[in-house]
Design a protein around this ligand. Sequence first.
Ligand code: OAD
Length: 245
Amino acid sequence: MIMPEIQIQIDLIKEKLEKADTVTVLTGAGISADSGIPTFRGTHGLWKNHRAEELATPAAFSKNPKLVWEWYDWRRGLIASKEPNAGHYMIAEMEKPFTRFHLITQNVDGLHEKAGSTNPVELHGNIWKVRCTGCHGISFNFDVPIKLLPMCKECGGLLRPHIVWFGEPLDKIDIEKSYAAVQNSNVVLIIGTSGLVYPAASLAGMARENGAFVVEINLERTPISEEMDVTLIGKAKDLLPFFIR
Ligand code: OAD
């Protein structure tokens, strides 16, 4: 049973999507929460029990690469045991009706691709990729568990997760693609992100300034809710099916 005020919001978003030819979706950990993957913040968030500065910074890796790798190996095992949910599949389905469709994700779990999304911009990297600290070569590695410490087959250097850690810059091309996407979209959907980590958190405001209709889908209001045209409260997996043409 949908509350009448939510139905009004859903109808408005559907109307905007009907008229749109360019759409961007930005996702955060909330989209994968419905698959059973913990988010970072909130009551059961990863950063409640783990200190980001000991696990997700270049300094942490230099100090104790084994500890960092053990944490990523645990997360890889967890993610490997999960599947995409209806939210991921709906986003993959949304690519079809629009002339241009862009997916930007802060997630590193690879579930968007697994659900069929093509070429998402992975702003924070991908947990299934490793990067050599010596020759900087990037490759896929799906081993669960991964052999610790993993070494580069090309040069023998230490491999690290291909993840953007705190204090590291995002890939320049990914940022440019993301800015271009939101600046040229008629509708932007911001799904399951706390809006606390930049520059991803700046994309909503940028979209709005450029005339997009900006929608947030989240379990609760966030610090970026003020920048939205509509904030739709609920689970992504329950709400996204309304927007499939
Ligand atoms: P957060 O954990 O900060 O926020 C998750 C958001 O998803 C919260 O606002 C929740 O309310 C919402 N949420 C939870 N379940 C949901 C559901 N079923 N449907 C809709 N929304 C739901 O995760 P992010 O914003 O993605 O970076 O975090 C951003 C970055 O901070 C991450 O990429 C990670 C982290 O530190 C790095 O590791 C570099």
